[in-house]
Ligand binder design. Structure first.
Ligand code: PNS
Length: 172
């Protein structure tokens, strides 16, 4: 399917912390870009769950390198409420990936809240089964303990992670 042919006039937002981006994220991005006319990958400035390991600049830079081959994808960032960003961007839909059934529980309340705040619906794509166990947190843990994550993150991400690990080790 050519990029964006399904809903050509639709602008979608795919939000996340992307700390760091994984092949699971990239798979959702590639598939969403085939469905929607335009896809904005929206990097949250301050993730709620924890302090990010990678700066906003690093996260945006890694994502831009990963999506350079997809013509209808832009990488932006946002602060505050996703619902406000979606309205500001005049987006029609929010896209999220679902890896396992337990993801659905939290995503359902978030989707309902975002719809009540912005009147914008969330559409879910099932993650590819190859990536159903892949999360940014698990990738970071394995990598910083010396494990091989080359099959889990795109090459530009692996490069930035390797530099970060060397910096952290030099400082400790
Ligand atoms: O990759 P993540 O950490 O699962 O992404 C979570 C994210 C950024 C999508 C979510 O935390 C978010 O939307 N944050 C913005 C703040 C917000 O709108 N909170 C209310 C959601 S109901």
């Amino acid at each position: 399917m050519t990029d964006g042919v399904l809903l050509r006039s639709t602008r979608a937002v795919y939000p996340g912390s992307f700390d760091p981006p994984t092949y699971g994220h990239l798979d959702v991005i590639e598939r969403a870009a085939r469905c929607f006319g335009e896809l904005i990958v929206a990097v949250v400035v301050n993730p709620q769950k924890r302090n990010p390991m990678f700066s906003l600049e690093e996260r945006e830079e890694m994502l831009r390198a990963c999506v350079a081959h997809i013509h209808n994808v832009r990488v932006l960032h946002f602060r505050g409420l996703l619902a406000d960003f979606v309205k500001e961007q005049k987006a029609d839909v929010i896209v999220k990936g679902l890896r396992v059934v337990s993801d659905f529980e939290s995503e359902m309340s978030t989707a309902l809240m975002n719809r009540s705040l912005s009147d914008v619906d969330t559409m879910f794509l099932m993650s590819d089964q190859r990536y159903s166990f892949v999360s940014s947190s698990i990738v970071k843990e394995v990598f910083f303990l010396g494990g091989d994550v080359a099959t889990l993150v795109p090459e530009p991400v692996l490069r930035v992670m390797t530099t970060k690990r060397a910096t952290i080790r030099a400082l400790s």
